[in-house]
Design a protein around this ligand. Structure first.
Ligand code: SF4
Length: 349
């Protein structure tokens, strides 16, 4: 199997809210993961891994078993080790490459990491959520940004790959604190980040606060704009952003599951489209003269991003640059993330 393949085949095993010392104000993992609370049995671990291996077919990336949806290092040690042991059997027989899990920063200790030694754990995802201590406190996270900094150093010192999750728009957040969190996260040099703008999920404290007017989520437009800026910041520092926006699981799509906030099934696409709108506008601005009929060439992969959802970007560009016709041509010769403006004929007024 090819360990250099950046897209692993992930076998997710959910432990909704298990190992959590309390509930953070925004969290309802039953809705987010689509799985009811309850202890994951070793039999379920075995069964799920075997089932997923059956779906793998010709996927050539590394296979990783992932424990998500709870606070993995907060689980009682014997149970945690038994889950890891079960996954490790598949590593030993060559069907799985490695194991990963998500956990709170304040559970990452030298002793907890030493206890991982018998297992092939290669990636740990840390729920940082914010690097602003006021925001963390208002969100009742029960840890500070210092815990996240210490946790990342410990993980990196143990040679583990580190992912950081952040949630722009938590209680007390402002555009400034959100971008500052991005800066602080980038300074920690994680291997990747996930950006989940905060939404109001049913059966959470945030639901009550939203109902009483104590909490107001980001609008979709603001969340897209801020996530775009975070994405570009991380990209400039060579940090991959592997997810933007909550995955639209069946349970989250049920009516009433998400009560408010910037939830959109294609959130990541909206962010990429916003980036391409800026790119195209910048290219058009840079032209000394501008035809009323222009063609934009992009790599075929980038066509949907340039056009935007339901051609949103096309309409914006036509309006802003007073165009009569705007054509998008897929062109494999154009590098990805690049927009080329074609032949300019008519002077801009
Ligand atoms: S955010 Fe993480 S630590 Fe907080 S309740 Fe949810 S799963 Fe537990």
């Amino acid at each position: 199997m090819n360990d250099l393949n950046p897209r692993p085949f992930i076998i997710p095993l959910f432990i909704p809210n298990m190992g959590c010392p309390h509930r953070c104000v925004f969290c309802n993992q039953t809705s987010i993961t689509g799985q009811e609370d309850g202890k994951l049995s070793l039999q379920q671990v075995r069964g799920t891994i075997s089932d997923f291996l059956g779906f793998k077919r010709r996927h050539r990336g590394p296979v990783e078993v992932a424990f998500y949806g709870g606070n993995f290092l907060g689980l009682p040690k014997p149970y945690r080790q038994s889950l890891l042991g079960e996954a490790q059997i598949f590593v030993q027989n060559g069907q799985v490459n490695s194991i990963r899990f998500s956990t709170r920063p304040d559970t990452i200790t030298r002793a907890a990491l030493t206890a991982l030694a018998p297992y092939t754990v290669k990636v740990v995802e840390v729920g940082a959520q914010s690097m602003d201590d006021t925001v963390l406190s208002l969100s009742r996270r029960g840890h500070t940004s210092e815990h996240t900094r210490d946790a990342v150093k410990l993980l990196q010192g143990h040679g583990l790959r580190v992912g950081l999750q952040i949630m722009p728009g938590l209680p007390g957040d402002t555009p400034e604190s959100i971008l500052e969190t991005g800066q602080r996260v980038a300074e920690l040099k994680p291997d990747f980040v996930r950006i989940y703008p905060t939404v109001v999920v049913k059966n959470t404290v945030l639901e009550k606060w939203y109902g009483s007017g104590r909490f107001k989520p980001l609008s979709l437009a603001d969340a897209v704009e801020l996530t775009k800026r975070l994405y570009l910041l991380f990209k400039a520092r060579g940090i991959s952003v592997i997810r933007m926006g909550l995955q639209a699981t069946g349970s989250l799509l049920e009516p009433g599951a998400v009560l408010a906030g910037p939830f959109h099934p294609a959130f990541g696409h909206l962010v990429h489209s916003a980036i391409f709108l800026d790119l195209a506008a910048r290219e058009l601005e840079m032209q000394k003269t501008l035809s009323k009929r222009i063609t934009l060439r992009v790599h075929p992969r980038d066509v949907p991003k340039l056009k935007g959802l339901k051609n949103h970007n096309m309409r914006r560009l036509i309006q802003r640059f007073h165009l009569e016709e705007l054509l998008v041509l897929p062109d494999p010769a154009v590098p990805v993330n690049t927009v080329r403006v074609e032949k300019l004929q008519v002077q801009r007024a």
